[in-house]
Design a protein around this ligand. Structure first.
Ligand code: SF4
Ligand code: SF4
Ligand code: SF4
Length: 194
């Protein structure tokens, strides 16, 4: 199959083989940008540590290119894990919620936060922003481990896409509010100038 940027189906096919952890270890802002870079020929197929050797094998088969080992400059493949918040230490700063790509953290400002383990991709993005180091990674619990990789990836993608859509809507609403405020101000200034 030719690797061509004019082939959006190919990007979707590549993206479907990525784990959708949305961790950014591949050096791209999520799985789809990495899929695009592979399709454009600007990234290699061995840059995704969560996908590991199995993921590389699938990508190589799809693209009909030789298989190769994971490039460990991007990280190492680890067993599946999920974040856990040590709730008694949580100060409710909401910094973890702001970075979670799949809305897997529940909480509100000044209240204790908790992770929905079944929705957590294990991306570890919430660990660094926590000012009190109360987030740790734990082995995947039984219910999540029962799902196969394809099921988990599809679930993570749905959650990630929903979050992106929600954030886009919020940006549009924010811009509309700013525009209305500006118009009201201009109207007031117009009245005052008469
Ligand atoms: S899961 Fe793989 S492809 Fe997706 S962001 Fe992480 S490293 Fe990149
Ligand atoms: S809870 Fe943390 S590790 Fe889990 S998906 Fe959200 S940011 Fe990633
Ligand atoms: S970043 Fe840490 S302290 Fe802040 S809300 Fe999240 S878990 Fe609690």
């Amino acid at each position: 199959m030719p690797v061509s940027p004019e082939n959006p189906t190919l990007i979707d096919q590549i993206n479907a083989l990525l784990p959708q952890t949305q961790c950014g270890q591949c050096s791209f802002q999520g799985c789809r940008p990495y899929a695009e870079a592979i399709a454009f020929g600007s990234a290699d197929i061995n840059q995704c540590p969560p996908g590991g050797d199995e993921g590389i094998r699938d990508l190589a088969a799809l693209l009909n290119v030789p298989c190769k080992p994971l490039n460990t400059e991007f990280g190492v493949h680890k067993p599946a894990s999920v974040a856990f918040i040590i709730e008694q230490d949580c100060i409710g700063c909401v910094k973890c919620i702001a970075v979670c790509p799949v809305d897997a953290i529940l909480g509100a400002a000044k209240f204790m936060h908790t992770v929905i383990a079944a929705e957590c991709t294990g991306c570890e993005l919430c660990i660094a922003p926590c000012p009190v180091d109360c987030i740790v990674m734990q082995a995947v619990p039984g219910n999540a481990a029962e799902l196969n990789q394809a099921q988990k990836s599809a679930q993570f993608k749905r959650r990630y896409d929903a979050r992106c859509l929600r954030k886009q809507k919020q940006e549009v609403e924010k811009a509309e509010r700013a525009q209305k405020k500006k118009q009201a101000l201009l109207k007031q200034l117009g009245k005052a100038g008469r």
